[in-house]
Design a protein around this ligand. Structure first.
Ligand code: FA5
Length: 332
């Protein structure tokens, strides 16, 4: 047994010197130190060792095992390039490895800033699905079947989802869902993604976000609408901000207007179109079972990307969705 142990040690240590890669090192470990390895193989020979030699041989067995294990550990560190390798001095003046931390997307940030402003004005937050039906996206919003806004080229209809499923083209769908589920009076905003097959350019994207507002009560007027938008404009764009309405048309509001806000852009005040608004059309109130003789309301829908682009001086909407972390990191 003595010779067998000496041979294992010698053989093991010699072979280890020639090993330079992790695979061969693992093979070596299995061969010498593994549970069916050479060291384990000689164990049964202990039975035949005379009793008085057993302590001495036992001690040798341990020494061989330890020698092989520590040689293995040393080889492992040099093969895997462990930090205990002090042959390469460390230059402590080198800049460290920088870690990239995540950040909020500028659209998320804008949404998180907008919601509390309306919250302070008494608006609750409502949600609606992005996959909608024609009732919520068009019919209840007083958009007739032959209206061009319902055509296949203006919308993402979903194949195989039933004839009338589509990705919502506006957050006005949530107006209908809220009114169907609750009794007036009410004041809600809803923020979310909408989808239109628009050609991408500096101000248009096929997926964008809107913030929708809806207030229903008795005797609501355009003054309430304009005051709400004005308060928002001042809170978000600063004390000099103004709101202007230009006559327009939406099937679900009467009268309707485009909303422009006057805000500082690169040091000068400018008018910028942000969305649409108007007084809720009586046909819409009827569609959800509200009595238009008793209830009145206003609604508005603003583009979040357009708000964010003006607020943060972003010239091209496409930059928001190119996922360049260096660009997006500026607005965290
Ligand atoms: C609407 O979507 C109406 N639902 C708004 C509304 C709500 C009117 C409630 C009345 C009452 P419009 O299609 O104009 O309106 O879109 C509103 C805003 O969304 C636009 O002013 C613009 O800021 C933004 N928007 C529209 N299309 C795009 C696009 N392709 N990319 C980015 N933003 C867009």
């Amino acid at each position: 047994m003595l010779e067998a142990l000496q041979e294992i040690q010698e053989d093991g240590l010699n072979r280890l010197k020639t090993i330079a890669d992790a695979d061969s090192l693992e093979q070596w470990r299995v061969e010498f130190l593994g549970s069916n390895g050479r060291l384990k193989d000689v164990m049964p020979m202990m039975r035949d060792v005379p009793k008085e030699q057993k302590p001495e041989i036992g001690k040798l067995l341990n020494q061989v095992k330890q020698a092989l294990e520590s040689a293995f550990e040393e080889a492992r560190q040099s093969v895997t390039g462990s930090s205990t390798d002090t042959s390469q001095p460390v230059d402590v003046t080198e800049p460290g490895t920088s870690f990239q931390t995540g950040c909020r997307h500028v659209i998320t940030r804008t949404i998180e800033e907008i919601i509390p402003i309306f919250g302070r004005m008494g608006f609750d937050l409502a949600h609606g699905p992005e996959v909608e039906d024609e009732w919520h996206n068009f019919i209840a919003l007083n958009i007739p079947a032959d209206h061009p806004a319902r055509s296949g080229s203006e919308n993402f209809y979903l194949a195989g989802e039933g004839a009338d499923r589509l990705l919502r083209s506006q957050t006005s769908t949530v107006q209908i869902r809220v009114m169907e589920q609750s009794e007036p009076p009410l004041k809600v905003i809803s923020v979310g993604r909408v989808y239109r097959p628009d050609t991408h350019d500096a101000t248009h994207y096929s997926m964008f976000h809107q913030v929708e507002g809806l207030a229903i009560d008795r005797n609501v007027t355009m003054v309430d609408l304009k005051t709400t938008l004005f308060q928002f404009a001042r809170a978000y764009f600063g004390p000099e901000a103004q709101v202007r309405m230009r006559p327009s048309f939406f099937p679900f509001t009467e009268p309707s207007a485009e909303v422009d806000m006057y805000m500082p852009i690169k040091g000068t005040m400018q008018w910028v179109e942000l969305g649409g608004c108007g007084m809720v059309d009586p046909n819409v109130l009827e569609a959800v079972g509200y009595d238009p003789e008793e209830w009145t309301g206003y609604a508005f829908g603003l583009g979040i990307e357009r708000i964010a682009m003006r607020k943060f001086g972003i010239a091209d909407i496409r930059w928001l969705y190119e996922n360049q972390s260096g660009f997006l990191g500026q607005f965290a």
